[in-house]
Design a binder for this molecule. Structure first.
Ligand SMILES: Nc1ncnc2c1ncn2[C@@H]1O[C@H](COS(=O)(=O)NC(=O)[C@@H](N)CS)[C@@H](O)[C@H]1O
Ligand SMILES: [Mg+2]
Ligand SMILES: [Zn+2]
Length: 468
């Protein structure tokens, strides 16, 4: 719990995820293994987005005049925007923002693209780097200044109902992705004062990290018509009336990688969900001088059978003690290790080790069943991760009905505390102040009685926690 921070920074280095020695604060280098994990995560996300969305790519630079158009939006980002002011030796006549997020680069173009309702809906996404001059202290993957793995989806609709549907679609996509990654999460509606700048409302996913603090790992925003009015995104409806479009956007970032590392890592190191693991199976041939060819022929064959079945497989033939190899691949979080020695081959079986349970199973080996055995095991590993994460989030969410238990519970146990709340900003701000916590948001619930804090009529079930 408390050593989590140290564990987290160590594992990023030990498992060769990133190198944070890059000479700009809040910016790091993706190393090959980390890059592969990141790529596999983005592939999983984009597979889900590609059902109904199309990938695009917008310029990184945004003219100050465009960024400034949406007053509330720019207010929310003005302290975080990096600016380009020169081109070579010359001053630019207009300074350009490095995108902190892409509403103000995309929406002037959407205004050109949308004429009639036939041009709707637009449903696009991009996977880009964005830049935010975070003033709170930076932390690799968790709070960075170059957000290298920013996947943002932006949609434009003819009606508010369609926009609502897209909000649910975005929530569904993120739920599916986080479930595939075995990441625990709680969904809530951000309070008015913490919604995305310029949005109507924000739905957020929060993970309870091993140290008990919550990390916002994804957000879905209903933008209403605010940006459509600012950027003149209108369409002619069937009666040739001009209507403002209704918009939605949702985004996630490098934090998803931090979350999947934190969710299941342990004292042995990483434990990777199969969907992102660079190697899903590592084969360790147990070689003795006299009969190494027998073993290697077997393991080469096994490796190609698994690879042909689309299972990411590697063989470690290095001349090292097996135990050293086991340690290394466990540290890298490979879900399945297969050991094959000469006696195993004689007995017609192989040894299968699961990284999650540490179980060692003797599997009767034959070429027709090995692929389905491995695939079923990988699926079971994924499912067990999801079950563990759901239980974790549940176990660390506490409902309290005494005010003094709000602070006590969070300070002692961490996690999320819920209670009945009136919903007033004034009261909410006082709660944050008094207990030095954040209001994550509210969830639909039947509440009766009074607000735990101000005794006015309770209207919501509120969720609070210490956050990153
Ligand atoms: N400094 C940061 N480092 C890492 N991740 C971040 C940082 N700032 C925000 N994020 C992540 O990026 C997600 C999306 O950012 S956001 O501001 O909430 N939403 C947007 O930018 C909208 N345009 C949706 S694309 C957040 O939910 C959070 O998980
Ligand atoms: Mg921020
Ligand atoms: Zn109250």
């Amino acid at each position: 719990m408390k050593k989590f921070n140290e564990w987290f920074h160590n594992i990023l280095e030990e498992a060769e995820i990133i190198d944070s020695r890059y000479p700009i604060k809040g910016m790091s280098v993706w190393l090959p293994r980390g890059f592969q994990i990141r790529k596999n995560m983005l592939n999983a996300l984009e597979d889900l987005l590609n059902e109904e969305h199309e990938e695009v790519l917008f310029p990184m630079l945004i003219p100050q005049s465009e960024l400034a158009k949406e007053a509330i939006h720019v207010k929310g980002f003005e302290e975080e925007v990096y600016w380009v002011t020169k081109g070579g030796l010359r001053d630019l006549n207009e300074q350009l923002a490095l995108r902190p997020t892409s509403e103000t680069s995309m929406y002037p173009m959407f205004s050109l693209w949308v004429r009639s309702h036939m041009d709707l809906p637009i449903k696009v996404y991009q996977t880009v780097n964005t830049f935010r001059y975070e003033t709170k202290h930076t932390r690799p993957l968790i709070r960075v200044r170059e957000i290298t793995t920013f996947n943002e989806t932006h949609t434009v609709h003819a009606t508010p109902e369609e926009a609502e549907e897209e909000v649910q679609k975005g929530i569904e996509i993120y739920k599916t992705l986080f479930d595939e990654l075995g990441i625990p999460y709680t969904i809530s509606k951000r309070p008015e004062w913490d919604k995305f700048p310029g949005s109507k409302y924000t739905m957020a996913f929060d993970m309870i990290m091993p140290d008990g603090k919550t990390l916002q790992i994804g957000t879905v925003h209903n933008l209403g018509t605010t940006f459509a009015k600012t950027f003149d995104i209108t369409y002619e409806d069937e009666n040739s009336e001009h209507q403002y479009a209704h918009q939605v956007c949702y985004g996630l970032s490098d934090r998803v990688i931090a979350a999947l590392i934190a969710a299941h890592g342990d004292e042995k190191g990483l434990q990777l969900p199969p969907i992102v693991a660079p190697e899903q199976v590592i084969i360790i041939p147990i070689i003795f001088k006299e009969n190494q060819d027998v073993v290697l022929n077997f393991t080469d064959k096994l490796e190609s059978i698994l690879k042909d079945a689309g299972i990411r497989t590697k063989q470690d033939k290095r001349d090292l003690r097996p135990g050293k190899k086991y340690y290394e691949w466990e540290n890298r979080g490979v879900p399945i290790r297969i050991e094959v020695g000469p006696r195993d081959i004689e007995n017609g079986n192989i040894v299968l080790n699961r990284r999650d349970t540490g179980d060692k199973e003797f599997i009767e080996y034959n070429e027709d069943t090995i692929v389905s055995i491995i695939k079923d095991t990988l699926d079971d590993i994924t499912q067990k991760m999801q079950e563990k994460s759901t239980q974790w989030q549940k176990d660390k969410t506490y409902h309290v009905d005494k005010l003094e238990n709000v602070g006590k519970t969070i300070n002692k146990k961490g996690g999320i505390v819920t209670f009945n709340w009136c919903g007033n900003t004034e009261c909410g701000k006082q709660i944050e102040e008094e207990f030095n916590i954040d209001i994550l948001g509210t969830q639909p619930a039947e509440v009766e009685g009074n607000c735990l804090h101000c005794d006015n009529k309770a209207n919501h079930k509120v969720l609070v926690s210490k956050t990153y």
